[in-house]
Design a protein around this ligand. Sequence first.
Ligand code: ZN
Length: 160
Amino acid sequence: MNTKSLYQEVILDHNRKPRNYGTLNEASHHAVGHNPLCGDRLDVALNLENDHIDDIAFQGESCAICKASASMMTTAVKGKPLTDVETLIQEFREMAIGKLDLESPHHLGRLTVFSGIRDLPTRVKCAILPWHTLHAALNSVTTTSTEARNDPVHATAGKA
Ligand code: ZN
């Protein structure tokens, strides 16, 4: 299977059966993210225990790319320590904007199915939004937007 059809298959699969879709009874962290360019709106809730993401869930109204990205994100970060999660957020973001060297060691695993998104500038923010919202939740920012100037991901981008 080539990269493009694998990408389409993954997007379809995660839209048919989004993983960790819904809400949590107990959430220590929570954020709502918006991507005004596409109209994506995402709600990410998680429960942090001893610096591990014990549980995570998402819901919202979004396009297929955003939903698949959110679904894969929740499975990737569930059970992981915060330091690993921060690394994944950073690497995913760099991959999406074409700044990650995929030949070098990284931790993205199956998430590299989104590497082609760098060639679709209008969809990059759709793929990044879930990660962006997760980052906001972990930093106790309750609402965020891909277009916000003071959000943590943009702040990092400015320095890079
Ligand atoms: Zn979108």
